[in-house]
Design a protein around this ligand. Structure first.
Ligand code: BES
Ligand code: ZN
Length: 459
């Protein structure tokens, strides 16, 4: 007998509580990159561990050298599939703080949206799956499959601890399919299932010139300025169209096939709509590729932050002693971040002006991911999303990265379902991050239905 519509009714009745629980979690400033916030990051882990414990799951906080992961599981169901829900409780830094309309850790509702850092990335999205499982259990219904939860605190800093531990946790995390909600719908009113993500490689380059800042009148022209050297180096990486100039960079890029290109051409969003949503007059990018192709299947280079010289009020005529830059590449299958690091070192060596010393710090790297679009899990997810959102989802790739996801495929040998409930204008990683409250509730509903559908598949 189907558990529905009883469960859907229960979800409706519990919707205020679901929202207030998300608000509670969002109040905890779990910025994983901020070493002064270790306690708060831990508190966010404790919050989710308690939520899962109270629902009756077997829960463990697994310590690491940095931030703990929370692992929980429901009882095994012989003959039924095992699904692992993966998500993260850590969030990105909040600056520029003066651009937030309400405080990043004071969750506030405006126009049907909940605003706070982590609202969509990823507390709000991962909580949809936790809420759905809690409601199944609270209704006294045995789940028709086993669900494992792995919620980590280092996704936004590259998932290093999890990457190290994954092989040793292989048996415990064994599953048929990983479900991840940490991405977006295609557009407002058009839900999506994501079958591809880009990889990433991030770096910091530090240049040092004179022993201390120098008067640019007395010394300008006689000493290399590290800030200028930095600008030259960054512009040597990329041409005016965004094509990366590092020798060999495109060698391994897997070309797009015509079937995929045609499928994406049929997607409903126009360039004009996309440009308006991002707030630009004109789009930019590599010749010969559409906007979606550029975002999802072509590698790109970005400068993420620059630091040098006088940043305060007014003029200060100096040659700064140092300059540094944080930059990143988005990679596509089959590019390898480690190979790229070697090529970048070579490129920098060749283009480095004399008169500065330099060091390159590679930070994190991950390969791009492609999931099967043919699995029965995909079909189950498509039906569940259509029931909850009222619209059949489209299949898309996305340009962001979830560093651990290719390792799940390789180490656990499982399928991957990326079910994004967010929207492109949710402001992930920027000021005024939000999650539409309706999408939060539809996500919970889709998740609850998904368990029923997957439970009907044989393992
Ligand atoms: N939620 C994102 C990943 C994402 C973004 C998927 C956009 C699909 C579309 C995730 O939290 C994230 O931001 N990952 C980082 C990883 C990096 C810091 C190693 C990213 O993509 O920058
Ligand atoms: Zn993120």
């Amino acid at each position: 007998m189907s558990t529905f519509p009883t469960l859907l009714d229960t979800l409706k009745k519990a919707s205020d509580r679901h929202l207030s629980e998300l608000v509670e979690w969002l109040r905890i400033p779990s910025i994983s990159s901020d070493s002064s916030r270790l306690d708060e990051v831990r508190q966010a882990a404790v919050w989710v561990a308690e939520k899962l414990t109270n629902a009756g799951l077997k829960v463990e906080m697994i310590p690491t050298d940095r931030h703990p992961f929370v692992y929980a599981e429901t009882p095994a169901v012989p003959g039924a599939p095992v699904v692992m829900v993966y998500g993260h409780y850590d969030v990105q830094p909040v600056e520029p703080i003066d651009q937030w309309i309400s405080g990043p850790f004071e969750p506030t509702i405006r126009d049907g949206n909940l605003y706070a850092r982590g609202a969509t990335d990823d507390k709000g999205q991962v909580l949809t799956h936790i809420q759905s499982v809690c409601e199944w259990l609270a209704a006294g219904e045995p789940l028709p499959l086993q669900i494992k939860f792995l919620i980590e605190g280092e996704e936004e800093v590259g998932s290093e601890s999890l990457e190290q531990r994954l092989p040793a946790m292989r048996d415990r995390l064994a599953c048929d399919c990983v479900v991840i909600s940490d991405s977006s719908q295609y557009a407002d009113g058009q839900p999506a299932i994501t079958y591809g993500l880009r990889g990433i490689a991030t770096y910091e380059l530090k240049l040092t010139g004179p022993g201390q800042d120098l008067h640019s009148g007395s010394f300008g022209g006689a000493v290399m300025n590290p800030a200028i050297a930095l600008c030259h180096l960054m512009s040597s990486m990329v041409d005016s169209e965004g094509r990366i100039q590092i020798p060999g960079f495109y060698d391994r890029v897997r070309p797009l096939d015509d079937i995929e290109r045609d499928q994406w051409k049929a997607l409903p969003q126009t360039d004009e709509q996309f440009a308006e949503a991002v707030g630009v007059d004109q789009l930019f990018g590599e010749e010969g590729y559409s906007t979606d192709e550029r975002r999802w299947a072509r590698p790109t280079f970005d400068v993420n932050g620059l630091n040098s010289g006088h940043q305060g009020e007014g003029v200060k005529t100096i040659i700064p002693a140092t300059a540094s830059v944080k930059f990143s590449f988005r990679l596509v299958p089959d590019q390898d971040p480690n190979e790229l690091t070697d090529a970048i070192k070579q490129h920098l060596k060749q283009h480095m002006p004399s008169g500065v010393n330099w060091s390159l710090l590679p930070d994190h790297g991950a390969t791009g991911m492609l999931a099967s679009t043919q699995s029965p899990f995909m079909e189950a997810a498509s039906q569940a999303i259509e029931e909850a959102f009222g619209v059949e989802p489209v299949l898309i790739r996305e340009g962001g990265s979830i560093p651990i996801v290719t390792q799940f495929q390789e180490v656990l040998g499982c399928d991957c379902l990326l079910l994004g409930w967010g929207l492109a204008d949710d402001n992930a990683h920027s000021p005024n991050e939000k999650f539409r409250i309706r999408d939060y509730h539809c996500g919970i509903q889709a998740s609850a239905v998904l368990w029923e559908k997957i439970g009907k598949l044989n393992s």
